[in-house]
Design a protein around this ligand. Structure first.
Ligand code: FAD
Ligand code: NAP
Length: 540
């Protein structure tokens, strides 16, 4: 298409003002480029702007889940808790926007509807829901892996007489559950964090569980002063250590030891020690938990025994015990009092395996066995992950080819950063990169820095376009699959696999080869003159 009468024009348009978009804008501005963010929400913060449900907090230790690019920022921001709450994280991201004076180049309440590449000018034309068309050399999608809700498609959902909310679009003013009978559908991380809070307030909570999940205690609290001091004294070293771990998290404390090398008592002792530490540490107890099913089973059995020791009613404990997928093959949940909540008199569990939901009715939720009356419904049913936000934008590359068609059988990228046929379109934490399998603060910084280095390299050589070759992309996609195939990850019906959204292709989307391996590959590609990419000169 030819762009006629374009509106504003920039070196780069960035879509999304979350963790990724904010840093991307700061980086490009620092390079002297013009850039503008378009963000659908009324504020910055992305995930931490939208997900305001009670109990929402990070599940990686606060100081690790933060930007490392500015030592001054790092020093001045003091986290109050081991796992920061959503309000604190949102304050942090707003502070970042102010501190680096980003707001002038962020346009809020603006949804990007389309992005079309114009082969005549080698520029992207970006159209918003305000009927603006902006042109830019580069289009950077910082649209988030978990920003598009899995919509409740239950028959009769519109007939419900009370209020209902998705955890990912929680009202800013909060929700008063006092005296209410609340139905919560879903038992993923969002449900597991919010249920204890809702149960503490509501008259009754009925939890509708399709698949029980593994959850480990957070042991949240104020940051241990010794940990805070160590972090303050050794910030750069600790950050570098995190970047050398497979998941970008120091707290996992990975060992070399294999589960099979330990006796049953030693296994139990290792798991107890990790359970007492809390969070993802459990998965680091043995090196083969995520690689070998029999090793994995030892961790499954341990968590099952913990559930049975906490939940007093054996029938409920049994229903809460996961048996259908390996631990870690779905994102591990990190909770505060989740299993204990089932000992409360005002909490009941409905197992949807026994009695699937048939419909939402005006007064509640009807399953195959009963109607459960409710005054309010909480949909904690997750997201159209990794590809959802890009799929909602009409993205057209060379020859008018659409990204939707290119990804019809599942996403295909080179390094999770670019897509063949879509020049100068970058994706932050795209499918095919470690992204959601990593501490995302680490994954995001690496991507933003790679993208800005790439754009700087193009500028130095006066290049007009860069794009992934089909061959490099095919090879990378094959590698992503090959690395995932022998692991436990493809064995679960997880959102990593697209299995939570009806009709979505089942493909393991993130890269499981480990953050350091991936980063080194990206660096090598760049050092070799962006191997696997083709470029064109900026003749226009
Ligand atoms: P987001 O924060 O999702 O921001 C993307 C932004 O793009 C959104 O504001 C959205 O409105 C905007 N957008 C999307 N499409 C458009 C469009 N077409 N037009 C305009 N704007 C658009 N990760 C961790 O590592 N540790 C955690 O503990 C953790 N906890 C999480 C808890 C919850 C409840 C959720 C949902 C996710 C969590 N994550 C966690 C993942 C989290 O998404 C990332 O850590 C990180 O915040 C992602 O930042 P982002 O900027 O890439 O995406
Ligand atoms: P999720 O993990 O996808 O969980 C959604 C839940 O809803 C699952 O229990 C799912 O059951 C259920 N569900 C979906 N559709 C359903 C249907 N039609 N009928 C009945 N049940 C249905 O979503 P999430 O809890 O929002 O978490 C998504 C991701 O966000 C997490 O994995 C994590 O990466 C991030 N997150 C992190 C935190 C944190 O601790 N910091 C908190 C929240 C979210 P099935 O399992 O059977 O599909």
């Amino acid at each position: 298409m030819d762009i006629e009468a374009p509106g504003e024009t920039y070196d780069a348009v960035i879509v999304g003002a979350g963790f990724s978009g904010l840093y991307m804008l700061h980086k490009l501005r620092g390079m002297g480029l013009s850039a503008r963010i378009y963000e659908a929400g009324t504020g910055v913060g992305g995930t931490w702007y939208w997900n305001r449900y009670p109990g929402a907090r990070v599940d990686i230790e606060s100081q690790e889940y933060s930007y490392s690019f500015s030592p001054e920022l790092d020093e001045e921001w003091i986290w109050s808790e081991r796992y920061a709450t959503q309000p604190e994280l949102l304050r942090y991201l707003n502070h970042v926007a102010d501190r680096f004076d980003l707001r002038a180049d962020i346009q809020l309440q603006t949804r990007v509807a389309a992005a079309h590449f114009d082969e005549g000018s080698n520029r992207w034309a970006i159209t918003t829901n305000r009927a603006e068309t902006i042109t830019a050399r580069h289009c950077i999608m910082a649209t988030g892996c978990l920003s598009v809700m899995n919509e409740p498609a239950f028959p009769g959902a519109d007939s419900f007489e009370g209020p209902s909310w998705h955890t990912g679009r929680w009202p800013r003013e909060g929700v008063d559950f006092k005296g209410q009978r609340v139905a919560v559908i879903g038992t993923g991380s969002s449900a597991i964090q919010s249920i204890p809070h809702i149960a503490a307030e509501a008259a009754h909570v009925t939890i509708f569980q399709r698949t029980p999940n593994f959850s480990v205690p957070a042991h949240n609290g104020p940051i241990d002063p010794a940990v805070a001091k160590d972090w303050a004294d050794n910030r750069a070293v600790r950050r570098a250590e995190a970047r050398e771990t497979g998941f970008g998290i120091r707290g996992v404390g990975q060992t070399e030891r294999l589960a099979g090398e330990a006796s049953a008592d030693e296994q139990r002792a290792a798991y107890e020690e990790r359970w007492a530490i809390g969070g993802f540490a459990l998965l680091g107890a043995f090196a083969d938990i995520t690689a070998d099913l029999s090793a994995n089973q030892t961790a499954v059995d341990f968590v099952g025994s913990k559930i049975r020791s906490i939940v007093k009613d054996p029938v409920t404990a049994e229903k809460l015990t996961p048996r259908t997928f390996p631990i870690g093959s779905k994102r591990l949940c990190v909770d505060t009092g989740y299993y204990d909540t089932f000992n409360r008199d005002n909490v009941s569990l409905v197992d949807l395996v026994d009695e699937p939901i048939e419909a939402i009715v005006p007064t509640g939720v009807r399953t195959a066995s009963a109607t459960y009356e409710a005054d309010a419904i909480v949909y904690a049913i997750g997201f159209d992950a990794m590809t959802g936000a890009l799929g909602k934008i009409d993205i057209q590359g060379r020859g008018g080819a659409t990204l939707r068609d290119a990804w019809a059988a599942g996403p295909r990228t080179y390094l999770g950063l670019m897509v063949a046929g879509f020049p100068n379109l970058f994706v932050v934490t795209g499918p095919g990169s470690p992204s959601v399998l990593c501490n995302m603060a680490v994954a995001i910084e690496q991507h933003v820095e790679w993208i800005s280095d790439c754009i700087a390299w193009m500028g130095q050589r006066q290049l007009g376009t860069i794009e992934a070759t089909d061959a490099a992309q095919d090879e990378w996609v094959a590698h992503v699959n090959e690395v995932a195939e022998p692991t436990i990850f493809p064995l679960a019906n997880s959102w990593y696999m697209g299995a939570n959204v009806p009709g979505k292709p089942r493909v393991f989307m993130p890269y499981i080869g480990g953050f350091p391996v991936y980063r080194d590959k990206c660096n090598e590609v760049a050092a070799n003159g962006y191997e696997g990419f083709t470029v064109s000169s900026d003749a226009r």
